[in-house]
Design a protein around this ligand. Structure first.
Ligand code: ADP
Ligand code: MG
Length: 309
């Protein structure tokens, strides 16, 4: 069996409310194992608790309960070793505006106790394509460059695990490609990668395994292949010529009549080909004026996964 890079047991986080605000439970009883060497996706809608989980791993947020093992080190027993094993590229662009990229990397290396002889600031700047900007002030860097600098900072102490929190939210195509190439290369060199995203396609393209998190709980955890197989639900919206006398029926179909007269037919494309759906519609004597299909979006997927559990 493969060893785990991360083991999480019963992880709970309750933020105490500021002033009159109520307490907020961002994570409740999360159990999760992330195997060494994987590209692991933590997928979930905004507010699901992804950043909270990442920031607990990074040691930036203090958990309320539970256990976190990073590279075999219990975060509470060996905080220094567990921190040294992980590098985190945060979601927020929090950079000191007065440091140049090279200085920022040197300061970060100093914080992690990397001896001068083992620092590779120039190599890392080259990796993220910032070698030309090594001496530029951070405040003169574009958003994309800042993000690349954050990636560089996460790498200075040669961590075994790299965590990227929403690395491609709001970035242009070129930067997205650069980030993905870097992630793949680092993973090929043996680094375990964990990334959060709320884009299903991104998780699909990048990750070997995925956990879906919603409302502070893991609602699904599987290989990308298996998970996407479960997410093949589609919807066909059919506008009939005239109001149908009866609704189409076939195994695997769920049909609803909308207030505007359209029929909303839900089915799983792996089990029911579109042609069978159309046959069932015609079989009910319905003449089709217009038809379109929709993929299940992530929100539907969460609903489905939480319902069928
Ligand atoms: P995600 O990264 O999946 O969007 P977060 O972990 O940022 O989710 O947030 C999870 C929940 O915790 C949200 O409801 C959010 O409003 C709340 N939350 C996050 N950070 C804080 C904080 N510092 N204080 C209070 N509530 C917070
Ligand atoms: Mg987040």
């Amino acid at each position: 069996m493969k060893a785990n890079a991360i083991e999480i047991r019963g992880l709970t986080k309750t933020y105490s409310g500021r002033r009159s605000e109520p307490e907020k439970t961002a994570l409740s009883g999360v159990n999760l194992d992330i195997p060494q060497g994987s590209v692991f996706g933590l997928l979930g809608p905004n507010g699901a608790g992804k950043s909270t989980l990442i920031n607990i791993l990074a040691g930036l947020v203090v958990k309320s309960a539970g256990e976190v093992m990073i590279w075999g080190f219990d975060q509470d027993v060996n905080p220094r070793q567990s921190r040294a094993s992980i590098g985190v590229m945060p979601q927020e662009l929090n950079l000191d505006p007065f440091f140049t990229p090279r200085a920022a990397l040197e300061v970060q290396a100093g914080l992690y106790g990397v001896p001068k002889s083992q620092r590779r600031s120039d190599e890392i700047l080259r990796l993220v394509g910032l070698e030309d900007k090594a001496e530029a002030y951070a405040r003169t860097l574009s958003g994309g460059m800042r993000r690349r600098l954050l990636l560089a900072k996460a790498l200075v102490h040669h961590p075994q695990i790299l965590v990227l929190d929403e690395p491609t939210a709001g970035v242009d195509i070129e930067l997205r490609r650069m980030l993905w190439e870097n992630v793949r290369r680092l993973n090929e060199q043996g680094m375990t990668i964990i990334l959060t995203t709320h884009y299903l396609e991104e998780a699909e393209e990048m990750c070997d395994e995925i956990a879906i998190i919603n409302l502070g709980q893991v609602v699904a955890r599987d290989s990308t292949e298996n998970l996407l197989g479960r997410l093949d639900s589609k919807t066909m919206i059919i506008h009939p010529e005239t109001r149908p006398a009866r609704l189409p029926e076939a195994p695997g179909l769920e049909v609803e009549e909308r207030a505007d007269g359209a029929l909303v037919v839900s089915y799983h494309s792996a089990r029911t080909p579109a042609e069978e759906v159309l046959e069932a519609v015609r079989g009910a004597g319905i003449r089709i004026r217009d038809v379109k299909t929709e993929q299940a979006d992530l929100q539907d997927v969460f609903l489905e996964l939480t319902r069928t559990r």
